[in-house]
Design a protein around this ligand. Structure first.
Ligand code: SAH
Ligand code: SF4
Ligand code: F3S
Length: 454
């Protein structure tokens, strides 16, 4: 009999990938995914620990899920509640204590063991806590993907991080850097394309540090892997995220120049524009190193669009340091970016600093100033697309009837009206309007005809 599984995903794309894989692991046990938690037989919260707000959300959501569990129990049924992901890894025992109605807690490297955990929980053999970093890679134990992953599919190629930026929990929640063998990745990519995916986004906390075993006995870099994947028939687009500036090797940069499937968009977080702050963050590069990488990327692919992550209010960040960040942003010119107030995370070196924690209003003021600048840049980038024809890969229907939505090569959302469903179609769109977060345009002649044929 089919059982209802509800998974709620927080955090980064790697969690999105993991959630899909958890559903694959549970499918042979009869679980099918449901869009809401009401009445579910199992609820998994796949959590994120990156900032305090992200972690706290979990406990309020657990309160709501608990009420649903009680409702189900009152009717004679039951619901298994599981907490997965980075909060589970970081504070597993704390979750069991604060929310004793949780049945299963497991970390990002343990979900291939879900069948045993679920069996124990449903037989009421006590709570299950599995936050071991296994000797064996979970990837060796995961079943093949069940079913399609959509037009644009995530594929994790690398996990973990050995960089230890002083603000960041990832090295602790995800463990050491690990790269999957290239042959496994290529096989997974082929299956995704056979199942209908047209774009693959390669994922890793430090994706450009990828160094996996190659089928030729050598070690493959990300650039090498991308060149191999680009040969797959029917795969139109490749992207990768998230990268560290130090790992932007010449071979990867060159791929941006000569692999047409590799899209001209790169998320390359720098965090700060001040060398003093970069050093305190243990980023291991200076602002000039970052500029040099950008120059090389632009030489290889002049139209490459850049995205980044920024942290304001890192301990001891002065007004002058912050000005250096604004200056870096002005010099680079971003198509899009994320910015955050520094959030002290338990167990990280920066949180333990006894001096220099920045007051909340100062953080808020700096964040606002940075976001005003980044939003201006994003709007300017979008406006510069008006009148151009951009290749759009359509991946969903819009809210209004006859509306289709896809992505430009530069990762912008593009809306088109008055058309049939376009999902899976790659077509040229003449851009007519630009908003802060999206573009709108019309299909060029012939595009719709080919859409119908597709
Ligand atoms: N591996 C990626 C990003 C990991 S986390 C990288 O190296 O860039 C995603 C983003 O969250 C980071 O780039 C950083 O900008 C932000 N972040 C991480 N820890 C944070 C913290 N303690 N406070 C605020 N933002 C943080
Ligand atoms: Fe965190 Fe730094 Fe590793 Fe990125 S490189 S995951 S910010 S420790
Ligand atoms: Fe969050 Fe873990 Fe990803 S902390 S950002 S879910 S790696």
């Amino acid at each position: 009999m089919s059982k209802k599984l509800f998974i709620k995903t927080y955090g980064c794309q790697m969690n999105v990938y993991d959630s899909a894989r958890m559903a694959d692991v549970l499918a042979p046990l009869g679980y099918t995914q449901a869009p809401a938690p009401d009445g579910a037989d199992m609820v998994i919260l796949n959590t994120c620990h990156i900032r305090e707000k992200a972690a706290e959300k979990v406990y309020s959501e657990l309160g709501r899920i608990r009420a649903l569990k009680q409702e189900k129990q009152a009717g004679g049924g039951d619901m298994v509640i599981a907490v997965a992901g980075c909060v589970a890894q970081a504070e597993g025992a704390e979750i069991m204590r604060r929310a004793p109605y949780v049945d299963v807690v497991f970390g990002p490297q343990a979900y291939h063991r879900l069948p045993e955990m679920v069996a124990r929980a449903t037989r009421h053999q006590g709570d299950v806590l599995d936050t071991e970093f296994p000797v064996e890679s979970k990837f060796d134990h995961l079943p093949e993907e069940m079913g399609a992953r959509g037009v644009s599919a995530f594929l994790t190629v690398q996990e973990g991080c050995d960089k230890f930026c002083t603000f960041c929990v990832v090295p602790y929640t995800r463990g050491a850097e690990f790269s999957r063998p290239a042959a496994d990745i290529v096989a997974e990519a082929r299956r995704l394309v056979d199942a209908g995916s047209r774009e693959i986004i390669l994922l890793g906390q430090n994706v450009n540090a990828y160094h996996g075993d190659g089928p030729d006995g050598g070690t493959w870099s990300l650039g090498r892997l991308i060149r191999e994947l680009a040969e797959i028939d029917g795969l139109e687009r490749l992207r990768y995220t998230t990268s560290h500036p130090l790992e932007m090797t010449d071979d990867l940069i060159a791929a941006h120049g000569d692999v047409p499937a590799l899209m001209p968009f790169l998320h390359l977080p720098v965090q700060s524009g001040s060398d003093r702050v970069l050093e305190a963050m243990n980023r291991r590069h200076r602002r000039d190193d970052y500029f040099r990488v950008i120059d090389k990327l632009r030489a290889a692919r002049p139209d490459i669009a850049l995205s980044g992550d920024f942290i304001v209010g890192f301990p001891d960040e002065s007004d002058a340091d912050f000005e250096r960040t604004l200056d870096l942003v002005r010099r680079v010119g971003y198509a899009q970016a994320y910015s955050f107030k520094y959030s002290p995370r338990p167990g990280t070196p920066a949180a333990a600093l006894q001096y220099g924690q920045i007051a909340e209003p100062v953080k808020a003021e700096r964040l606002l100033a940075l976001q005003v600048l980044l939003n201006e840049q994003q709007l300017a980038f979008n406006q510069a697309c008006i009148g151009r024809d951009l290749a759009v890969l359509f991946d969903r229907d819009g809210r209004e009837a006859g509306q289709a939505i896809g992505r430009s090569p530069y990762m912008q959302s593009v809306h088109v009206n008055d058309c049939d469903t376009m999902i899976g179609v790659l077509a040229d769109v003449r851009i007519e309007r630009a908003l802060a977060n999206s573009l709108a345009g019309r299909l060029m002649d012939g595009a719709e005809a080919s859409a119908h044929a597709a």
